[in-house]
Design a protein around this ligand. Structure first.
Ligand code: ADP
Ligand code: ZN
Length: 802
């Protein structure tokens, strides 16, 4: 081994090195080595020789270079410049392979797309979320920017000879057109990049082709510059700009603001959790805090869940701040590019946007606000699987900035950070600003409902009754369905028994699995289904599935609640009502805005949709809200199901009581005694947290322990199983070798065990601290991909286990 080291070193004698620098025999000198991260590449970075003609290059600029065995031209981010040969050799030795250095073929960006702080942030994401740096960088810069959407390049020309030389030069030139061009540039005073004359004007003015221009460039008489011109697009495509009234803060708000301002003025990193019930004036405080930061000459980012961006919040910010940029999915590609460039150019000091706005290229960042910090939509479900809230905290730390996390129902993770970490600080807003009463809440036990041929009624008798009255009075109703209905739950139609986990007070959910060779079960519609794995996704224990009801011995049945079913039922029961369905998964945002507008204008009576409808919307004529099934655990079999249930009911309750007309909320459930539902109905957040934390602690779940999930998939089940076994063995050997305190579960079929003909298996990892998970994945990463090769997705701090 030692011999080898010397051998490799002696390979690089001075002469050798020189010849390497000159590349593979094709000319240009290369005195620098740069390190590049490619989006498409494996989990590693690559060194390239940089021809001196392309120097200087800075980190954050993209370059193009031949990549892979076929030397396909690929674009990648330059992540380090001027790597020394020694450093290059060290990394090669670590990789165990020696490659001949290739050279960069061109530099793509005139200026870096990301600064050092964002690069640092990207490196942190790459390491923490176990994702190749190139893939992270691809997500940091919007593709609209990389494509230059809505931009065109404008070429201009100017003279590079001195005024004294001009006369002589004109005389010496042969071509008439060339002479004319020089004369034109002289009369227009185009003598540098700033005063350059647009090429189009030159060609049209003189009536020539590009040819004479080229000649002049070759003769080094003129030079061409390129400028990128963006289409002029309005910053607020939704036509927003209203002036807001000045608000006088109440005592609670003032106290909270003082605490926040102190922290902002410290110019050091810290986090404030602003825990305030809905309508307690949180948004007002965000606005003040942003104002304070701008006063100091710094900038701010405000993150909102995607859906809230359509609502009034953006208007409220844009009425208070002038230099504001917006980033959300409702923008066209060109608009997005314009907004990004505006931020990059320093023409915006406030950025308001969804998850990815956390990467806004702002300089002098002083504040990041994350509204509704508990929202699971802050987690990106494709690589890099980052949580926007946690990245916001990290970015604030890198920028010595303050971070405000706001919520009416803070996540247990953030709450426990407030008690355990010194940078965190908790501020309360306990009262609603307008002291509005809470709406009336009614619980409906769905188990008492009748069955029809297609299953259980989704609109219970009491809800249907009320809906009739509401329609008669020309008022409106919102019906909430859960987002996804993948899984089903099992229920005994004769004695109404539902299956519970032996450890937890949670209804079990089941999923089909190809591997299971056991019994079959009949669905309500009479279909037979092979039954699979059962896991309590609350305590992660595996549980057996009885085919017969353990209480009465009759056959159990499966119930699935779907949004299509709801639509059919509505059409049958209320044929005259104008009902529409919002399905955020499949709906284009334009259609979504249109539906909301129509509903606001009273052209729709009943709006059915996902729980997203519960947020950020204000419709005074809505007097009825029906939560079709509050049992999120039945849809999202996950240990966070209770937390979600509590959040859902609390937010709906907060929304419903907003107008003079008194509202009522029907909470339908199969689990009326479920603590999360009871706590939510009593608006008892502290009680809920206390209860839930007990459970999380007992099961080693977040916020006490940390989680990671490895999801592996392939069309071929046998191959997948083998790969999963290999993965498990690797994990076990790292755990044994490094003596890590880790609990590993699986491989087991994922809740959704098959998607688009891909079988899915998962391995769940639990550890008491994040560093331990980090160490595990560092070792796994270094070992390279498992064989046989299958698709592997790693999810650190997953928000659900689907
Ligand atoms: P949250 O973000 O907590 O839901 P908002 O900041 O949106 O609360 O406040 C709710 C409503 O009350 C808004 O219309 C806001 O303009 C108004 N508001 C906020 N603070 C005050 C105040 N101190 N006095 C009067 N109205 C206020
Ligand atoms: Zn359990």
């Amino acid at each position: 081994m030692v011999m080898n080291k010397f051998e490799t070193d002696s390979l690089f004698t001075k002469m050798e090195m020189d010849s390497r620098l000159r590349g593979n025999g094709n000319g240009a000198v290369c005195s620098h080595i740069v390190r590049v991260a490619f989006q498409s590449a494996a989990d590693t970075e690559f060194d390239y020789l940089l021809p001196d003609t392309l120097w200087p290059v800075t980190t954050g600029q993209r370059i193009e270079a031949p990549f892979g065995r076929k030397n396909k031209p690929e674009v990648g981010f330059c992540v380090e410049t001027d790597i020394s040969h020694r450093e290059h050799r060290e990394t090669q030795r670590k990789k165990g392979k020696i490659f001949k250095l290739k050279r960069v073929s061109s530099v793509v960006d005139k200026e870096p797309l990301i600064d050092d702080q964002l690069l640092k942030l990207a490196r942190w994401i790459s390491s923490y979320y176990v994702c190749p740096l190139g893939q992270v960088l691809a997500a940091v810069v919007p593709s609209a920017v990389k494509k230059g959407a809505g931009a065109r390049t404008e070429k201009s020309a100017y003279l590079i000879i001195s005024p004294a030389e001009i006369e002589e030069t004109i005389q010496q030139l042969r071509g008439k057109k060339q002479k004319q061009i020089v004369q034109l540039l002289q009369t227009k005073g185009a003598s540098n990049a700033e005063t350059a004359l647009e090429l189009k004007q030159i060609l049209e003015g003189i009536g020539c082709t590009n040819q004479p221009v080229k000649k002049l460039v070759e003769k080094q008489i003129i030079k061409i510059t390129e400028k990128t011109i963006l289409k002029a697009l309005p910053a607020f495509p939704m036509g927003m700009s209203i002036k807001a009234d000045e608000v006088v803060l109440n005592e609670d708000q003032q106290k909270a603001l003082n605490s926040i301002i102190d922290r902002i003025n410290s110019d050091r990193f810290s986090v404030t959790l602003l825990h305030g019930v809905t309508d307690s004036g949180k948004t007002e405080l965000y606005i003040r805090a942003v104002g304070a930061v701008l006063q100091k000459g710094k900038t701010a980012i405000v993150l909102l869940p995607e859906i809230a961006l359509t609502a009034q919040t953006v208007q409220r910010f844009s009425s208070r701040f002038e230099k504001i940029a917006v980033m959300h999915s409702g923008l066209t590609s060109a608009q997005r590019n314009v907004q990004w460039r505006k931020i990059k150019a320093g023409d915006a000091d406030v950025v308001i946007g969804a998850r990815s706005a956390v990467f806004a290229p702002l300089a002098r960042l002083g504040l990041i606000v994350v509204d509704e910090e508990h929202e699971s939509s802050y987690k990106q479900d494709t690589a890099p699987r980052y949580n926007g809230r946690d990245v916001a905290i990290k970015r604030a730390q890198l920028a010595d900035a303050h971070c405000i996390l706001g919520s009416a129902t803070p996540s247990l993770e953030t709450l426990s950070n407030c008690t355990g970490k010194k940078h965190f600080n908790l501020v309360h807003l306990p009262r609603r600003v307008m002291d509005l009463p809470m709406p009336e809440m009614r619980l409906v036990d769905l188990r008492r409902e009748h069955y029809s041929g297609v299953g259980i009624n989704l609109i219970s008798e009491p809800l249907a009754e009320r809906l009739k009255e509401v329609l008669a009075k020309n008022e409106q109703a919102i019906l909430l369905l859960n987002r996804r209905g993948y899984s089903n739950f099992v229920f005994c139609p004769s004695c109404k028994h539902t299956l519970h986990c032996r450890n937890c007070d949670v209804t079990l959910t089941f999923h089909k699995s190809k591997t299971y060779r056991g019994g079959r079960m009949q669905t309500i519609t009479g279909k037979h289904i092979n039954y699979g794995y059962a896991m309590c996704h609350y305590c992660l224990a595996q549980t057996l599935v009885p085919e017969k009801c353990p209480l009465c011995g009759k056959g159990m049945a499966m119930i699935g609640l779907g949004s299509q079913r709801l639509e059919e039922e509505l059409a049958k029961k209320f044929p005259q009502a104008r009902a529409s369905r919002i399905d955020s998964d499949s709906m284009a945002s334009r259609d979504y805005y249109r539906l909301l507008r129509d509903f606001g204008e009273g052209q729709i009576d009943i709006l059915a949709g996902t729980q997203m409808l519960a947020k950020g919307l204000h419709f005074p004529n809505v007097t009825l809200v029906g939560i079709i099934s509050a049992d999120t655990s039945l849809y999202l079999p996950d240990f966070r199901a209770n937390e979600r249930t509590f959040q859902l009911i609390s937010h709906v309750a907060g929304r419903a009581g907003r107008s003079a007309k008194k509202g009522v909320v029907f909470v339908q459930t199969f689990l009326p005694k479920q603590p999360a539902i009871q706590f939510a109905l009593n608006a008892d957040f502290d009680g809920f947290v206390r209860e839930e934390l007990k459970h999380r602690k007992a099961c080693n779940l977040p916020p006490f322990w940390r989680l990671a999930v490895i999801v592996m998939r392939d069309m071929n089940f046998e191959k997948l199983e083998t790969a999963c076994k290999v993965m498990r063995e690797r994990i076990d050997s790292v755990v044994a070798q490094d003596g890590l305190k880790i609990v590993v579960r699986g491989p087991m079929p994922a809740v959704i065990s098959r998607v688009q003909r891909f079988h899915r298996m998962q391995i769940i990892i639990q550890a008491p601290r994040a560093e331990i998970i980090q160490r595990l994945f560092t070792s796994l990463r270094a070992a390279g991909p498992v064989r046989p090769k299958v698709k592997v997705a790693i999810d650190i701090d997953p928000v659900n286990l689907l």
